[in-house]
Design a protein around this ligand. Structure first.
Ligand code: RB5
Length: 147
């Protein structure tokens, strides 16, 4: 599986640890930056990772900013993106199972690196359940089409 990752200055340490962790697990990682501790605008990174999911270059994405919220707001503006800002284990699993989320957004100032890696594992290892949840996700897509 190919996974797109990116961060702003609030998430560089976490992003680098996630990259190393996913690579060591055998995933192919596409790193959209940042690569050094410089101040950037999180939408500029979010749109790159979201674009890689939208054009099917990558299957899932991980974005890290200070809270995870700015990244999720920006990524969710891209058609076909379901980005979830998550800081605990239950949601990391269920946003794949029930929402078929394709981007996990984490807060580098909210959770430690160890927790971030556990949430990433839950996210990438969980498959969408489909069934009644597919009907609901289809309704999200329909909102996107109409608006
Ligand atoms: C940057 O200082 C901070 O606003 C950003 O990382 C993020 O938390 C936004 O949601």
């Amino acid at each position: 599986m190919k996974i797109a990752i990116g961060c702003d200055h609030g998430g560089l340490e976490h992003k680098n640890a996630i990259k190393e962790h996913l690579s060591s697990r055998g995933f192919e990682v596409c790193d959209f930056g940042i690569y050094e501790q410089v101040s950037v605008d999180y939408p500029d990174i979010a749109v790159k990772v979201a674009g890689a999911i939208k054009n099917k270059e990558c299957e899932l994405g991980i974005l890290v900013c200070g809270t995870g919220i700015g990244m999720s707001l920006a990524a969710n503006k891209v058609k076909g993106i379901r980005a979830a800002a998550v800081s605990e284990h239950f949601s990391a699993k269920y946003t794949r199972l029930h929402n078929n989320s394709n981007i996990l957004c984490l807060g580098g100032r909210v959770i430690g690196v160890g927790t971030a890696l556990e949430l990433v594992d839950l996210f990438v290892d969980t498959e969408f359940e489909g069934g009644r949840h597919a009907t609901r996700v289809d309704k999200i897509t329909a909102i996107e089409e109409i608006n």
